[in-house]
Design a protein around this ligand. Sequence first.
Ligand code: IVH
Length: 684
Amino acid sequence: MSVQQAAARAAALRREIEQHNHAYYVLDAPTIPDAEYDRLFRELQDIEAAHPQLLSMDSPTQRVGGKPLPEFAPVRHVVPMLSIRTETDTEPSGARAFDARVRRELGLGETDAVVDYAAELKFDGLAVNLRYEHGVLVQAATRGDGETGEDVTQNIRTVRRIPLRLTGEAPPVLEVRGEVFMSRPDFERYNAKQRALGRPTLVNPRNGAAGSLRQLDPAMTAERPLSFYAYGLGEARGRDLPPTHDGVLDALAAFGLPVCEHRAVVQGADGLIAFHARMRAMRDTLPFDIDGVVYKVNSLALQQRLGFVTREPRWAVAHKYPAEEALTTVEAIGVQVGRTGAITPVARLAPVFVGGVTVTNATLHNEGEVRRKDVRIGDTVIVRRAGDVIPEVVAVVLDRRPMKDLVEPAYGPWELLKEYPDCPICHSAIEKPEDEAIARCTGGLFCPAQRKQALLHFAGRRALDIEGLGDKLVEQLVDAAIVNTPADLYKLGLLKLAALERMAEKSAANILAALEKSKHTTLARFIFALGIRNVGETTAKNLARHFGKLDALMAADVDGLQQVPDVGPVVAASIARFFAEPHNIEVIEQLRAAGVHWPEDEPAAAVNSPIAGKTFVLTGALPTLTRDAAKDMIEALGGKVAGSVSKKTDYVVAGSDAGSKLDKAQALGVTILDESQFRELLKT
Ligand code: IVH
């Protein structure tokens, strides 16, 4: 690139970045995903690094972020609020590079001791500084440009997790730094409420947090559920604090501040890498978004020695995870017919790499969502894929809708019944009750799409668990009219299976073996496998426990069904309707005749079991049991499995690599069992 070209590109990037900054920080209406923004920012940084003469004071790279809104009083930070360097290499090498840099700066040789790091999560919200004087919250400010932020004290006071008064022996002046964010469940609940009221929804939790804190009317902030975690200090005077970062966080927790439990002190690069991997595995089970982890040199004395480069400390780094959101374009809008006939609009996308895989389809949930988001063919959209969750279209980037389409739309708002007057698979009528969001194909098991889904559900891991019976095979079996109901599966023979295209004799034999194995099941799995509308795994377990026998369940009336825990009128009606259908009874009888069976009276024992009503938490990898197997064993004996450790936990079953749950169990004095002790307990 010539200098002229570089100058032109830098100017264009600056303009674009400033526009996004404004949309993001001032309007709280982001126009592109963070990863895309980061890419533009990096490109500009690289150009400026290669051509220092192009660097200008007004470049967006020369400030940390957003300017204070005129409406909020400016607050000058006593200790500047810095940012941290981001390691964009999401692989272990990213952690090694940081450790190597720290060691070099500290003058450590290969034979010197490993460095201790405090490792924690990188929360995805908004940084704030909370100032406590004599234990009382006197001021809260956003980061602003790092030197001067905005006074958001009134809004911060509405965040319930932030104490207005500290407990214990806090220093007379204590500034606490941390992140204000919105949890995923709170975000979903808030949006559901807004939707019901016909009001605008939030694009993502991070935006929700930023927008909430910038509400000029604190009553509005109070309506939006915000959370907070402390991760550091600003000014602290009048009393000594511990000499390590992790000690400081313990002290903050002791003062009554929320500190995230998912943190650890680890040794050297290997420790960092293990932490990065452990948190990544947990990422999607957390109730809030993280986009990486943060490593900090644990010793405050070493932090001082390392100091800063420009506005970033040398002793800390953010180590990212692959982005869960990306930009792509919509090539078409199709529909999918689910197990219960639900018709789901699906965006067919130009392939895009997001959340670790290439995505070509993303759910649009229902017709209402397509209209609300106003997704049209040709649009550029933000796609999100978190963990194993089905990819979804988050929002349209209206800026990128072709100009002529804005003036004279090439495609109008999408209408389900216009595009699909009847079920695209079986051509039965589509029904959409006025008060429901979901349209359904009325074809029932006549509809091949519903039949396929019903079979896949029946064969699923948590149902009859028929290994090897996946999408492709079910597709073939139904399309060839070899299998219509679950009972037909057990009529399959080697010849028929092996005759299918791309089916080796060996795999056909494996499937027959899996079918044979699946015949030994439990009543709860069998009930779940039937795919009764509104009967999930938990309800199926409750039904099995309550009735003990399938015939008793089949004979129950609506009143009898409502005696079961968690079964209300809607669920009871679905169950009664299912068993009133002669076709369903026939399939059940055929399944029994084929030899599908379960131990009689299994659940009655639960009441007398030693663990009935006890709460367990599972953590780490057990030597022989999978997590699902351990959970099944506990539940079969009337115990419960919870996700996090609290005072109410009776037992923690810990395997190798158990993390903070184990620490917490120790702190709370909860009984900890290894796998053999656990098995022993279940036997008594
Ligand atoms: S420490 C001097 N720790 O990431 C170090 N920051 O650029 C100051 N963040 O805006 C930051 N989680 O809002 C730190 N555990 C964590 C964090 C964290 C999220 C945010 C913070 C800041 C940005 C760093």
